[in-house]
Design a protein around this ligand. Structure first.
Ligand code: HEC
Length: 132
């Protein structure tokens, strides 16, 4: 009889363990706005882009101007938007940093961002390109 209780105890614990284990990642995936434009994206522009982009390509990436120059704004040199919220593959900003060469030279011109910085900007666009 004791053995049955022991087995039941083990099974119940396994069920509870698996349920609580499943909940964690699901909550993480639903958390909106993991990347902050002000705290994560703008510092990448400050360090790699603003030397040329107060005005190169008619694009100002300096803090407090950058957001309004990017989201849902037509590119000056290409027949596409600079940033389409939720759609990095159709955003000139992303295609100019991902090494694809779809829209001319890769940015920063003559150089490349790190894989982490590229992924960060992609995620910001995927999360809706919020002004957060
Ligand atoms: C050494 C100067 C230089 C640096 C640094 C630079 N750019 Fe550029 N950028 C240019 C020039 C010149 C153009 C215009 C020619 C072109 O479209 O390639 C341009 C164009 C662009 C365009 C297209 C704008 C439009 O509307 O047509 C985007 C987007 C862009 N740059 C993003 C960036 C980003 C993001 C960075 C930093 C990661 C960056 N650039 C760094 C020189 C630079």
């Amino acid at each position: 009889m004791k053995k049955i209780y022991l087995i039941l105890f083990v099974i119940t614990n396994l069920i509870f363990y698996n349920c609580s284990k499943d909940k964690g990642p699901v909550e993480d995936e639903q958390t909106p706005g993991n990347v902050s434009f002000v705290n994560d994206v703008q510092p990448v522009f400050d360090q790699n882009c603003t030397s040329c982009h107060p005005n190169s390509g008619n694009l100002d990436l300096t803090a407090s101007n950058s957001y309004n120059q990017l989201v849902n704004v037509d590119a000056s040199g290409y027949p596409a938007k600079r940033v389409v919220p939720g759609d990095p593959e159709h955003s000139v900003l992303y295609k100019k940093i991902d090494g694809s060469g779809v829209y001319g030279g890769n940015m920063p011109l003559g150089n490349s961002l790190s894989a982490v910085q590229i992924a960060l900007i992609k995620q910001w666009i995927e999360e809706g390109a919020q002004n957060n």
